[in-house]
Ligand binder design. Sequence first.
Ligand SMILES: Cc1cc2nc3c(=O)[nH]c(=O)nc-3n(C[C@H](O)[C@H](O)[C@H](O)COP(=O)(O)OP(=O)(O)OC[C@H]3O[C@@H](n4cnc5c(N)ncnc54)[C@H](O)[C@@H]3O)c2cc1C
Length: 321
Amino acid sequence: MLTSTVEPSTAARTRPSYSTFPVSVVRLQRRSESFVRVTFGGGSLRDFGTTGLDQRIKVILPLPGIGVSAFPDGIDWYASWRALPEQLRNPIRTYTVRAVRPEAAEIDVDFVLHGDGGPASRWVAGAAVGDELAIVGPHVEAEDPLSGVEWRPGDARTVLLAGDETAAPAVCSILAALPRETRGSAFIEVPCAADIEVTDAPAGVTVTWLPRTHTRRAHGVALSDAVREWTALHLAGRAAAGSVSAVSATEQNDEDDIDIDHGILWEVPQQRSTDDGLYAWLAGEAGAIKSLRRFLVSESGIDRRRVAFMGYWRAGRAELN
Ligand SMILES: Cc1cc2nc3c(=O)[nH]c(=O)nc-3n(C[C@H](O)[C@H](O)[C@H](O)COP(=O)(O)OP(=O)(O)OC[C@H]3O[C@@H](n4cnc5c(N)ncnc54)[C@H](O)[C@@H]3O)c2cc1C
């Protein structure tokens, strides 16, 4: 039985930021070689929050024979879920809301197909209309409507967005919501050319898709090269304009030894930028993002308060819950 509930960190709030929404699959669309769009429906989704951007959600996957019936509700759902015997503990995975249609009580989520090595990818490969799951996501009346959203550019008007296929839904949602005067670049690395989508972005933001099959290079290499090249040009442009604001690695209190095999790479600026300079957002495989973090912060001296770095998954390791 699933009813409204909240994330542990928000339990003290008067109004919960997150709720549990019982859902079923209403449509499945194979978007491309690597992506399946799942449309979830359910009456309670009329109360789903609509901020969009890189809004993250938890997808509660069904267990054979019992579906999501054992998934606990209430404020302490997470602690209760952890206390369940393993055979009753539904797999939980993190995804991005690609579209929200409260009037139709529907949301879309774009899943990457990456084989049968994980419960989410395995589920979506065999998903059928009518499958019942649950989504833990933002409530429309949440006290903090930006809970679970990391895109916080403040007044920045030059943006750099970079991500792999798991970040493509977030990057596309952010691009579509950018103020039209925004300038900058977005780089999206995907498995193959068929995964390229038509993207809605301001005229001043260049969107570059980087299909790996074109280059036959390993995951993250094309993204890394593109970000390095863009950063060199950006810094050269700022130097030519006499507005260099790089800070030294020491000043940045760099912590490059983040252990991405036992922890989560998640470093996002807490304060919003109050000038119209750069804001960068990078998400994808943790090893690739960690190396981009080192390049931008330690080698290029970009102020880490201007960059959000997020390890969305880690090669060779299932999502930690
Ligand atoms: C905030 C956030 C938003 C996200 N949004 C999306 C989204 O919208 N769409 C999306 O598809 N993913 C998204 N992800 C990534 C997704 O949560 C992970 O890919 C997750 O590990 C998938 O779960 P799984 O059960 O399929 O695999 P797991 O059980 O977690 O992992 C099993 C194995 O598969 C490998 N693996 C996991 N993901 C991939 C991959 N993409 N390619 C190759 N190997 C992989 C792991 O390294 C591991 O070896 C997001 C992650 C975060 C943190």
